[in-house]
Design a binder for this molecule. Structure first.
Ligand SMILES: Nc1ncnc2c1ncn2[C@@H]1O[C@H](COP(=O)(O)OP(=O)(O)OP(=O)(O)O)[C@@H](O)[C@H]1O
Ligand SMILES: [Mg+2]
Length: 443
């Protein structure tokens, strides 16, 4: 933790707070002093990088009230209470209210240092975990790869964070290409098993003997460990779980019973039942189904989340353009309309493929995108669709896409975008804020 941790000392007796402060400063703590609870509350916020040592009897806001307010503000700020000698009821009450510990007057400096040290350590761990969690939730790494501002995607991000932290096995369901494998990785990356391994195996296409040997051993070629050993303490992803035979279902159920509760290794089962036209409840024996599905995530098909189509498409266009070292192709109005109305039977994967081909083609010829969308989607013989997408959604998604695409092409030059879209600066700023677009991302 790079941030300097602080110790706030709250006491109405000036001599007292100064001597505590000096003792702690001598041991290398950074201290700050407050004369009562009210002053302290003015100086200590929810993310306060430190701990609090407070007296109990003080004017204005007393120690117990300060404790209650701090616990309500941020329950992970450790508060150490200074109690009168033998004042057991007060100490007990303070602990009940969430105090970290208490120091009896007259106190011994050694004991105070040790307690402050312990509290500071606890606080840094809590802040670190919080920083990591918010970093993962609003941005970096794998969560950042999840594109989409639709309600469904927002809920999905929350679900991933919640389930990632929880115990119990997970079932992920959805059509092909909807992001099931990506979500399985995200669950692992945001959870407490992130430091351990994620191991994946597909249950389809392997005979029972081979699958069983891979999972449980013995490994025939003597190379590596059985996967259940390799995944120990981490995540075991079982892809195509619907393909498990009856015999293998029984073995996996046995495995789940051995893993216990909470399970040492988490199983994330991924199923693609839409392909076979059956439901997962039909494919698995009920006892296995209920054990595996402590948490269930269902990924909606792309055609059900129209708002995300253009955001996904422009994001991938930008990524591929960078990868291939060429300019991001422009998307015309009719092309955008086609993107929104295509049936997308291959979901996000199909869209990613089209984005890549569009970038490659745009290096050679102009205006090829439309024919790509048409050809790719016609091949599947499905009707164009506006299923579940009100006009407002189309219009907003389209507007967002246009601004996103124009910002990309002008590398974040607001003036150039204002000119091209003939928008006043204020309107442009408002729309960018509305759609969560940040200039810095394009520069
Ligand atoms: N919300 C999303 N944001 C960005 N990219 C996504 C999103 N969902 C899926 N993708 C991308 O779409 C592609 C397909 O995703 P993924 O492989 O996870 O799908 P799947 O459901 O596991 O497919 P299958 O059933 O064929 O195994 C990947 O390139 C993935 O990165
Ligand atoms: Mg997959």
């Amino acid at each position: 933790m790079s941030r300097q941790m602080r110790v706030a000392i709250v006491d109405d007796e000036q001599d007292m707070r100064q001597s505590i402060s000096q003792w702690l400063a001598l041991s290398g703590f950074t201290t700050e002093t407050y004369a009562d609870g009210q002053e302290a509350l003015a100086g200590i916020g929810a993310d306060f990088p430190g701990v609090v040592i407070t007296d109990i009897r003080m004017p204005n806001v007393d120690g117990m009230t300060l404790l209650k307010k701090l616990v309500a503000l941020d329950s992970t700020i450790p508060v150490i209470m200074i109690t009168g000698h033998g004042d057991v009821p007060i100490a007990v009450e303070a602990m009940r209210l969430g105090a970290f510990d208490f120091l009896e007057k007259p106190f011994n400096p050694e004991k105070m240092m040790a307690l402050a040290e312990k509290a500071v350590k606890k606080r840094s761990l809590a802040l670190e975990a919080r920083a990591l969690r918010s970093e993962l939730s609003d941005g970096s790494t794998i969560m950042k790869r999840l594109v989409g501002a639709s309600e469904v995607m927002q809920r999905l991000r929350e679900e991933i964070l919640d389930i990632g932290q929880a115990d119990g096995h997970v079932l992920i369901d959805g059509e092909t290409g909807t992001g099931k494998t990506l979500v399985a990785h995200a669950l692992h990356a945001v959870g407490m098993r992130a430091g351990r391994k994620l191991v994946t195996i597909s249950c389809a296409g392997l005979a029972d003997d081979a699958l069983s040997a891979r999972l449980f051993g013995p490994v025939e070629d003597m190379v590596g460990k059985p996967l259940i050993e390799e995944a120990r303490g981490g995540t075991l992803v079982l892809e195509d779980i619907e393909s498990l035979s009856e015999a293998m279902q029984a073995r996996v159920l046995g495995l789940i019973n051995e893993l216990g509760t909470p399970p040492e290794t988490r199983i994330v089962a991924v199923c693609n039942t839409h392909r076979a036209g059956q439901t997962i409840e039909d494919a698995l024996r009920p006892d296995l189904y209920y054990r595996i599905c402590a948490h269930k995530i269902t990924l909606p098909p792309l055609r059900m989340r129209g708002e995300d189509i253009l955001a996904l498409f422009t994001t991938y266009l930008g990524q591929f353009a960078e990868e291939y070292g060429c300019a991001t192709p422009a998307v015309s109005m009719p092309e955008a309309a086609q993107l929104l109305q295509a049936p997308w039977p291959g979901n996000v994967r199909q869209l990613v493929n089209i984005a890549e081909r569009a970038v490659l083609q745009s290096r050679r010829e102009e205006g090829a995108l439309m024919s790509l969308i048409m050809a790719d989607n016609e091949a599947t013989n499905e009707a164009l669709t506006t299923e579940g997408k009100p006009l407002k959604e189309h219009v907003e998604a389209f507007e967002r896409m246009l601004i996103d695409n124009t910002m990309r092409r002008h590398k974040g030059s607001i003036t150039a975008v204002m000119e091209e879209l003939r928008l006043p600066r204020r309107t442009l700023n408002e729309k960018m804020a509305k759609y969560g677009l940040v200039r810095g991302d394009y520069v």
